[in-house]
Design a protein around this ligand. Structure first.
Ligand SMILES: [Zn+2]
Length: 247
């Protein structure tokens, strides 16, 4: 786990093969996403590294219900019972109903390269093939600022999954974009704002359209689900990703 302080009260952690974000308000924290099942100890470590305890987490926000973003949540809830929230279109997946995730095998079989094989082994070890459910997750109470540390504002950006949601942290001028807009991935390398390779997404055309929802956000820091922090306007980040998607 590698932790980066983005602003005085916002932190991005890079786990085994995905990121999570911590927003702080005094003694209280909001956790956004939580890595793979194998990242549970890393999530706890990230909280302790900034001088807090798991008990300081007031809620967990979910960008989308993929294993690399919700994997450690059940283990964390065992340590500290707290509310979890996601868009209502993610809730069936979180309850264990049929879902929209590319399996590791889908990815490997469609893109057999050494880099992909290495990634597949890493994520298998991190628990990519475990079934993770967070059935108690509640629907986000709306699309205005949530009464949680960091005052996160949910921004619906469906495409990668049907209920994919980004979160604007207004005071930090940062947007947690999950898998709607990333800045690198082990199977493609790291090269600025981009979409995930199409085979990861439920609807890749919608994933491009979803970027419109992000382009107008007034923020100058991008906190992606995969890849490093990127500084610049969301407008520029989206333009870069769209140009790249069109090749
Ligand atoms: Zn995803």
């Amino acid at each position: 786990m590698r932790l980066q302080q983005v602003t005085s009260d916002v932190f991005l952690a890079e786990g085994i093969a995905s990121n999570w974000v911590i927003a702080r308000d005094g003694t209280d924290l909001t956790l956004i996403d939580a890595g793979y099942p194998g990242d549970a100890a890393g999530v706890v470590a990230s909280i302790e590294q900034i001088g807090h305890r798991i008990e300081d987490v007031r809620a967990v926000l979910i960008t989308h219900a993929h294993i690399d973003h919700v994997g450690a949540i059940p283990a964390l809830l065992e340590l500290h019972r707290v509310a979890t929230y996601a868009d209502d279109r993610e809730l069936p997946t979180l309850r264990g109903e049929p879902h929209e995730q590319a399996t590791t095998w889908d990815v490997v079989s469609r893109s057999w390269r050494p880099r992909v094989a290495k990634w597949a082994i890493t994520v298998a070890r991190a628990g990519a093939r475990t079934e993770i459910h967070v059935p108690e997750t509640q629907e986000l109470p709306g699309n205005s600022a949530l009464d949680l540390p960091g005052g996160p504002i949910p921004i619906s950006c469906p495409g990668h999954t049907s209920g994919h949601t980004a979160y604007l942290l207004p005071a930090a001028g940062a947007v947690v974009t999950g898998d709607a807009l990333i800045t690198g991935h082990p199977i493609v390398g790291t090269d600025g704002p981009q979409l995930l390779p199409g085979f990861f997404s439920h609807d890749s055309a919608a994933a491009v359209t979803a970027l419109d929802a992000l382009a107008d956000i007034r923020a100058d820091t991008l906190l992606p689900g995969h890849g490093p922090v990127w500084r610049g306007t969301l407008h520029d980040a989206v333009a870069t990703a769209v140009a790249r998607a069109r090749g």
